[in-house]
Design a protein around this ligand. Structure first.
Ligand SMILES: Nc1nc2c(ncn2[C@@H]2O[C@H](COP(=O)(O)OP(=O)(O)OP(=O)(O)O)[C@@H](O)[C@H]2O)c(=O)[nH]1
Ligand SMILES: [Zn+2]
Length: 304
């Protein structure tokens, strides 16, 4: 008797796959069905698969269509990017955050922002933030991103973030030392990731071939054990496309006088008007201009 079931690959290794069948807690080890075997490596962590269960054995029969896929880490069907950034040590560099966000936006991935180490800049979770931090949070909230403020070792903000990650698969991004491992440990007390471990797993060492694993979170949902978006390069795009990757610019742009407005110095620019009215944070707008120049320079180099 063969029974066909669907499930999710939680860990793809060479020719061996850990699959969690829908509706079950347990993870089973699967081989690949012949025809798929030639394309090993085409089955990724996060893939939705059809599994044939037959006395004693389990084999992946088919990979169901993917909604998306990341190259680094190799993972399919990502639901969101969690951008983790400490409020202090390392200090936030907003344009670096915006570079990560632009990459996620280019893939249509929702972004959730978690500012960690709140206890370094506030005595209590409700205390007002220093001005610079308040402007940072405000700018991202104006853009429409959910922003969480946390101090995981004190339990501040952990529940709210857990609720935001309850569904689907999350890939974490953020600089070394931002508190990613600390945060994941707070979200899944069984994990016991050594602090500093996430980046070691990043594979900054050249020879690391490691397998991405989806870890279940205590409050529901899954998180990839390997961070993504560590490259700060912008995706290939035309200058006119950059604004689409900034939600607050995207919303205002239809009001611009000229189609193809780059929102720099064109007359009748609704994006600049929105900035003047405080609907777009001026630092976000400035970062957009910096990245716009970068996109233009890269384009110019291509024709040189
Ligand atoms: N005060 C305070 N310290 C924190 C907080 N979160 C993390 N830390 C500390 O910050 C340091 C770095 O935290 P990690 O969790 O290792 O950071 P990471 O992002 O995983 O770092 P990499 O693995 O290098 O990418 C550790 O010493 C943590 O104890 C926090 O909310 N408040
Ligand atoms: Zn404009």
């Amino acid at each position: 008797m063969v029974s066909l079931r669907t499930g999710t690959v939680v860990k793809a290794q060479t020719n061996l796959y850990e699959v969690r069948l829908d509706g079950e807690e347990q993870v089973i080890l699967c081989a690949l069905r012949g025809r798929l075997r030639r394309q090993a490596g085409d089955v990724l962590t996060g893939d939705r698969v059809e599994v044939a269960l037959q006395d004693g054995g389990a084999a992946i029969e088919r990979v169901l269509p993917r909604r998306n896929r990341l190259v680094r880490p190799p993972i399919a069907n990502v639901d969101r990017v969690l951008l983790v950034q400490s409020l202090q040590e390392p200090d936030p560099v907003p344009i670096l955050m915006d570079r990560v966000i632009v990459q996620a936006e280019a893939m249509d991935l929702p972004v959730v922002i978690a500012f960690t180490k709140l206890d370094r800049v506030a005595r209590a979770p409700e205390d007002p933030l220093p001005g610079w931090a308040a402007r940072l949070v405000e700018g991202y909230r104006l853009a429409g991103y959910p922003v969480h403020l946390l101090a995981a070792p004190r339990g501040w903000g952990v529940e709210g973030l857990a609720a935001a990650l309850r569904e689907g698969v999350t890939v974490v991004a953020g600089p070394s030392g931002a508190g990613k491992s600390t945060l994941l440990n707070a979200l899944q007390p069984g994990l016991n990731l050594a602090t500093g471990e996430v980046s070691r797993k990043l594979g900054r060492g050249r020879h690391t071939t490691r397998f991405v694993e989806l870890l279940p979170l205590a409050g529901g949902g899954w998180v990839a054990d390997t961070p993504g978006f560590s490259k700060l390069e912008l995706p290939e795009l035309e200058p006119e496309e950059l604004g689409d990757l900034w939600p607050e610019i995207r919303r205002a742009a239809p009001g611009c006088r000229f189609r193809g407005c780059l929102h720099r110095s064109e007359p009748g620019c609704a994006v600049r008007a929105a900035r003047d009215q405080g609907q777009i944070a001026s630092w976000r707008y400035q970062n957009y201009l910096v990245l716009l120049s970068e996109v233009e320079e890269r384009l110019a180099e291509r024709y040189r």
